[in-house]
Write a new protein. Sequence first.
Length: 132
Amino acid sequence: MPSAYDIYDPDCPSRQLLTLIAQRWSVLVLHALDEGVSRPADLGRRIGGISQKMLTQTLRDLIRAGLVDRTPYPEVPPRVEYTLTDAGREIAPLLAAICDWAEKHTATAISVAGTVEPPRRREVLGSPYDHP
């Protein structure tokens, strides 16, 4: 059945969803939540390098996209848990495969390029002065 959305159309809402799920922190949060229910502090410890602000923003974005559920508990001190929704569980194996692929191929990328940092725009496109 053909989709009503076209990921190649820059104005299509599916492009916004793709942008969200392709972000580094989104991938890592979704991958961590695939391991089970988690509290924010646990996610922060699991995902090295993420700030509290970025974790909160990423969780909010994933909730709005319908990929993550937030369950608050009326306790003192307050407790909140996050889980994947059905849509989040559906994409989790795909993201796990991407994470596994990245871990498997990092050494090759480093040996070829000397780094795994993305090239600067000029290095990709080349300088206009590089060609006669």
